[in-house]
Write a protein that binds this ligand. Structure first.
Ligand SMILES: Cc1cc2nc3c(=O)[nH]c(=O)nc-3n(C[C@H](O)[C@H](O)[C@H](O)COP(=O)(O)O)c2cc1C
Length: 177
């Protein structure tokens, strides 16, 4: 059973695409802790986000610094009502779709699934053509078939909402606010 005391674990992976939109939603919420992949931590710096300012707002920040992904134990303690991974890179989507859990975010996702905690995943490379904000300019990318296949595979998972736009991310989050 979920309750209002529980928080939301929010995973950030190393995607510049939809990072701004994801961080805007994080900033509007008051019950979120951040979980960063190693690339997520780097990319936040590339895009000039100051993690200390988030800490001041009461957000706990968990970095990927242990081989065993020790912070996943928070999922066993009932701290979180849901896991959000937004934005999710092609790499993280592939790991999730194939059950690989060898870093903090893929472990959070796997353990959330095993604990029957709901996950919401914002997959960013889901259109044949993607225009994305690189640190200094807009670039056009053409996601490969493998990215689209992994996205479709993940959509078949139980207890997981896989979304591909901000509107649907907000809609999925409403159930857990
Ligand atoms: C500035 C920058 C922006 C990036 N944006 C994306 C992106 O939009 N989508 C993506 O799949 N990978 C992107 N990457 C590459 C990922 O960070 C890289 O694949 C990384 O290994 C992903 O690790 P993670 O899934 O554990 O976070 C970007 C890398 C850099 C340096």
């Amino acid at each position: 059973m979920i309750n209002n005391e529980q928080r939301i674990a929010w995973g950030i992976t190393g995607s510049g695409h939809y990072l701004k939109e994801s961080m805007e939603i994080v900033e509007e919420m008051n019950n979120v802790d951040l979980y960063l992949s190693k690339a997520g931590e780097e990319v936040l710096k590339w895009y000039d986000y100051d993690l200390n300012s988030y800490k001041k707002n009461g957000i706990k920040i968990f970095r990927d610094v242990t081989a065993s992904s020790a912070p996943v134990s928070m999922l066993y303690e009932g701290v979180y009502k849901c896991l959000v991974v937004s934005p999710a890179t092609s790499n993280t989507i592939a790991q999730m779709a194939y059950g690989i859990s060898d870093n903090l975010i893929s472990n959070m996702f796997a353990q959330a699934g095993k604990c029957r905690i709901h996950s919401i995943v914002f997959a960013c490379d889901t259109e044949p053509t993607v225009i994305t904000q690189a640190p200094k300019k807009l670039v056009t990318l053409y996601p490969r078939e493998i990215e689209l296949d992994n996205f479709n595979k993940l959509k078949t998972f139980k207890n997981v909402d896989v979304v591909d736009n901000v509107k649907n991310l907000k809609k999925a989050l409403k159930k857990f606010k």
